[in-house]
Design a protein around this ligand. Structure first.
Ligand SMILES: *[C@@H]1O[C@H](CO)[C@@H](O)[C@H](O)[C@H]1NC(C)=O
Ligand SMILES: *[C@@H]1O[C@H](CO)[C@@H](O)[C@H](O)[C@H]1NC(C)=O
Ligand SMILES: *[C@@H]1O[C@H](CO)[C@@H](O)[C@H](O)[C@H]1NC(C)=O
Length: 447
């Protein structure tokens, strides 16, 4: 029988880097940036970030303060859900009920933060909506607008219009625009006999309101230059969505409407539709941005109005490399690629703390989009996040960096074994190191 002593195993084999980092951090909803709720209902907001196998979830005010429980007002559940309870107007506190919050998730891999989330309570406040009386000529158009107080404009929208308490079904001379106005075309004498009301709904309290009943005086046509009754000034719309640019005018003879974009006739494209309620552009593209001119003309003159449309792309951020494990004293380069806008600012965080340039960290690139970590130390491990911000839009991505003492180590060796000549056998050996080491096998025989 031979005693075989193997110093190291059989073949040359690259050791599998022992883990794709097994603890994870993630976002449940990275785009959550605004939460508005009714004071009479309250809100319950799960942390938009999380981790596996387990992460500690914490909420903060964007100003940096840790948040604390306020009995019957605010509570953070052990599962990381932030709860703001229903409250009466006297318990309103802007620091709690109208403020920027963020949530963090922390585990062994590091700590990430959500973008700031504006949490805002709205009250069931009394408000009235109004419609003003209008004048028009027979055969012309009439425009009714629902006047919503500016304090609630953000939450209150027109759901329908009524003619003599009967809900108007659009079509057949009556049109509702996407902005909530009522247009009546080919006005007739009997339109003056009715009253017109708008019905609105509050987005958060669900309350509906009915305006006063407005009337239309209908006159006989008299020759007149065009007057623009409704138009648009400027708008910002996301790529892929659709938009309606209103433009309507009265005058006799009835004016014709011509649209120009950046001084030229509209491109021939099936995405563009001209309706009485305006110019509709669907499936918006970036090149649809521009100055839109609506020119209304009849034999007595012409008028024009100009509006600006900006088509915007959502910001997207990609941080690379994604999850890196490397040895201490190496140089780590993180790059943050931002898409969706030429104008943005970039900020860097490590474990939710801003990265400050020092002897190890430097931030470079025209937009601060590259982070260099030179002679990286073990303490530089963690979750690195890159945030891009443009106006109210924010997007982020993160990467887990693990810095290890890179000296190769044998994790599971094998022990001496006695084998029978001619019989196959196997021996296992795993080693660890950064960068991953290779294992070399040698053998010696004692006869
Ligand atoms: C994320 O939040 C946004 C904004 O509140 C919301 O529109 C969207 O539906 C949410 N997405 C998911 C997957 O919950
Ligand atoms: C968190 O806990 C609260 C209170 O127990 C519960 O109402 C809520 O549904 C939980 N949320 C999640 C996301 O598990
Ligand atoms: C880059 O970062 C520096 C320091 O944080 C800041 O002063 C500068 O304005 C930033 N540049 C850009 C283009 O965001």
């Amino acid at each position: 029988m031979w005693l075989v002593t193997l110093l190291l195993l059989y073949s040359l084999q690259k050791v599998k880097s022992e883990d794709v980092i097994s603890t994870r951090l993630y976002f449940v909803n990275a785009s959550l940036q605004r939460v508005t709720f009714s004071s009479s209902v309250g809100v319950s907001l799960p942390c938009p970030a999380g981790g596996a196998p387990h992460a500690i979830l914490r909420w903060y005010l964007a100003a940096g303060d840790d948040i604390y429980d306020v009995p019957h007002i605010r509570h953070v559940h052990s599962n990381g859900t932030l709860q703001l309870y229903p409250f009466s107007p006297s318990a309103y506190n802007s620091i709690i009920h109208d403020n920027e919050y963020f949530c963090t998730a922390e585990n062994m891999a590091g700590k990430i933060r959500s973008p700031s989330i504006h949490i805002k309570a709205v009250f069931r406040e009394p408000y009235t909506v109004r419609v003003a009386d209008q004048r028009s000529m027979r055969g012309n158009v009439a425009v009714f607008k629902c006047l919503i107080p500016s304090a609630v404009q953000e939450y209150v929208s027109v759901v329908s219009w009524e003619k003599d308490t009967v809900s108007i079904v659009p079509g057949n001379r009556f049109f509702l625009t996407s902005y909530g106005a009522l247009y009546i075309s080919e006005v007739q004498k009997e339109d003056a006999l009715s009253t017109y009301r708008c019905i609105t709904k509050h987005k958060y309290s669900g309350e509906t309101r009915q305006s006063n009943g407005a009337r239309l005086s209908v006159m006989d046509p008299t020759e007149s230059t065009p007057t623009v009754l409704d138009s648009f000034q400027s708008g910002e719309v996301q790529i892929g969505h659709s938009v309606e640019l209103p433009c309507i005018a009265s005058g006799y003879p009835n004016p014709t409407i011509r649209w120009l974009k950046d001084g030229r006739p509209l491109p021939a494209d099936s995405r563009w539709t001209r309706r009485i309620t305006g110019l509709t552009i669907s499936d918006l593209r970036l090149e649809d941005s521009g100055n839109y001119i609506c020119e209304v003309t009849n034999s007595f003159g012409s008028k024009e109005v100009t509006g600006r449309l900006n088509v915007i792309e959502p910001l997207r951020v990609t941080l690379s490399p994604k999850n890196l494990k490397t040895g201490i004293s190496s140089t780590v380069i993180l790059s943050c690629a931002v898409q969706g806008s030429p104008h943005y600012t970039v900020s860097w965080y490590r474990n939710t703390e801003p990265v400050l340039p020092d002897q190890h960290f430097s931030i470079q690139g025209a937009h601060n989009e590259t982070l260099f970590i030179s002679a990286a130390q073990k303490r530089h491990s963690g979750a690195y996040q890159c945030f891009a911000t443009r106006k109210v839009q924010t997007a982020q991505d993160f990467s887990i960096i693990l810095l290890e003492d890179g000296t190769p180590r044998i994790v599971s060796p094998f022990s001496e074994r006695v084998v029978i000549p001619g019989e196959p056998f196997s021996l296992g050996c795993t080693a660890k190191g950064a960068p991953p080491p290779t294992i070399t096998g040698l053998w010696m025989m004692n006869l």
